[in-house]
Write a protein that binds this ligand. Sequence first.
Ligand SMILES: Cc1ncc(COP(=O)(O)O)c(C=O)c1O
Length: 381
Amino acid sequence: MDYEKIDWARYQKAYPVNEGLIWLNNCGTTPAGRFATEAVASYLDGYSRNGVFTEVQKFPVVKQNISEILGGLLNCEPSTLALIHNTSEGINFISHGLGLHPGEKILLLENEYPSNVYPYEHWKEKGVELGVVNLADTPEEFLANLKKVITPNVRVIALSAVHWCTGMPLPLTEIGDICRERNIELILDGAQGVGLIDMDLKKIGVSYMAFPAWKWLLGPLGLGVMYVAKEKLEALKVIFKGQSSVVRDEEYLPYKSELKHGTDRFEYSTPSFTDWVYFQATLMMLKEIGFQNVMRRIYELADFLSAGLRDAGFHIHSDKFPGIKTGIVAASKPGTDSAGLVAKLKKNHIISALRLGRIRLAPHIYLSEEQMKKVIAVMRD
Ligand SMILES: Cc1ncc(COP(=O)(O)O)c(C=O)c1O
């Protein structure tokens, strides 16, 4: 779609949340739009009439659609993706499946979201060390911090693609090169990155990744995705073997030992199919607009907001990394109580979040410049 010709008003109208709220927590959770509610209603109508035999949405077709769209977005084969429930689950599958040895080390990110921290804690009692890479204000500083803490026993580096509090995209290409040179597994929490920044998993050299559906991809709560690079699949132990883990899973007996040949061996049993229908609808909408156009629109709204807030005396964290686009505006103002301001915004029907003492605002394509102006006016007062 030609960017200049996109009718953004169509998407603004498709999100009923706009009737009562200005939702600026899209890197937290995203409300449902009509594309999803209509698809789900139509599927549930079919399900109410014919149960699992409904022709409205068919299981293999929906699965194929979702993984093909995501495969296009992330430059990976559809078979390297599995539909799971959330990031924590995916990172647990990955962490428990790794074959690490006592004395080896995993590096984690400072102030990382818990989903990319807690799943590694079990390694401590197995003699594997957990280290921390300090967060930095710029990608260059971050690389310097990372290089400082890489010792010869580091086997895994587990990071977020974009930091959830500051909005800073991590320099993934350079991090991937560092890991490749040292034979270190790169594991990503893609929650804040997928759909917001360009991520070419093959080019970066990501070994494993997990992310939720309900942020930049506008999908349903409780649905997530797991990526395992093709060449890493056999090395990752399957810790939950369930009915769907094996080949020809629709035939229950005799039991089978041969696992499915793709990452979908981790989809261990009956899925929440209604969520798949929801996710398919939001992905189709985003694909129709074009993921590059979606990212551009998010940056445009975030830049608009940043400019207005800067003018109102706020410090914008992303000013520390000029030239690098993000959709997360982390703002603070000396002498202003950020928590109080988040509460005031809420009273004014504006949804933001408080993160590391800053006000976090994350627009998405269904919002408008007019709404951003209102937010700036409330914050300026
Ligand atoms: C960096 C990051 N990872 C993961 C998540 C979500 O974790 P989960 O999918 O386990 O709920 C969030 C949500 O805010 C996040 O910011």
